[in-house]
Ligand binder design. Sequence first.
Ligand SMILES: Nc1ncnc2c1ncn2[C@@H]1O[C@H](COP(=O)(O)OP(=O)(O)OP(=O)(O)O)[C@@H](O)[C@H]1O
Ligand SMILES: [Mg+2]
Length: 294
Amino acid sequence: MKQRLFSSLRSLQHENPLGLPRSGAPPTVPRMQRGLPQQRSIRDVRKVIAVSSAKGGVGKSTIAVNLALSFARSGHRTGILDTDIFGPSIPTLLNLSGEPRLSSNNQLIPLSNYGVKSMSMGYLIPEASPVAWRGLMVMKALQQLLHEVDWGGLDVLVLDLPPGTGDVQLTITQQVKLDGAIIISTPQDLALKDAIKGVALFNKVSVPLLGLVSNMSAFICPTCSTSHPIFGSPAHIAKMCEDQKLRLLGEIPLHPSICVDADRGKPTVVAEPDSLRAKAFESIAKTAGELVGL
Ligand SMILES: Nc1ncnc2c1ncn2[C@@H]1O[C@H](COP(=O)(O)OP(=O)(O)OP(=O)(O)O)[C@@H](O)[C@H]1O
Ligand SMILES: [Mg+2]
């Protein structure tokens, strides 16, 4: 499998991606300049929801995986696709590793845990190896993850996006039919400024915005139950949602168990299903599911 991915990526190095003249021939027009690429559905998948934020480290992967687990727990056939080529998190979050097998028609077969199917670059490269690729190689890998996975019939696929508003986000929003996007932010102004850029990107490409999740919204003291808004007042989030005409889908507190459960590969929704934290994830998944008609 690795050989197949790497050989197709290696072949790119021998192509002429910029269409520069070879042996005096007139330059060819690169395919991406002939207009916007066509949006395609992901085969065998009914609904696709992207979890995004331009800012790094605000909890996209943690929330994406807990939403996927919530969908699965309410009976939906669910998958999660890790589109973070440079920093895949889903293998750790779902405690999965190993090379995916290939189906009879040469598609990657997802790895599953807790009733959720998953695919990630992390399964295709050794854990400690950095991916040191240029843009075209990344795009090629992304295409394979988007269109060469045998999901075997899903009600919903959650896409965990990398931070930023660059190549990967543009490719996904322009080439995949997304049913909705969820923006993640902490209440901090620094994060909200970046979140607004993410909102603008989805609006520009006419992807329906399902709403915003305020992550690490407050720390509830375990001894006195006082709420400490470590990353800023909830009023910041409320104002941002009002300004951007976004629904506030829910708030996830800053809680050490969320972090510990993520690291040990058993996220909150399966580790402590009766906790208020798990209920908050489930409520967000319920609203998002209703909004996309799941
Ligand atoms: N509500 C929370 N309470 C405590 N820790 C959290 C919470 N949400 C996320 N974390 C922790 O914060 C860190 C960043 O989370 P995560 O990796 O999900 O963010 P990300 O936005 O996907 O990051 P990246 O931009 O690098 O992909 C992780 O250590 C995670 O366990
Ligand atoms: Mg992430």
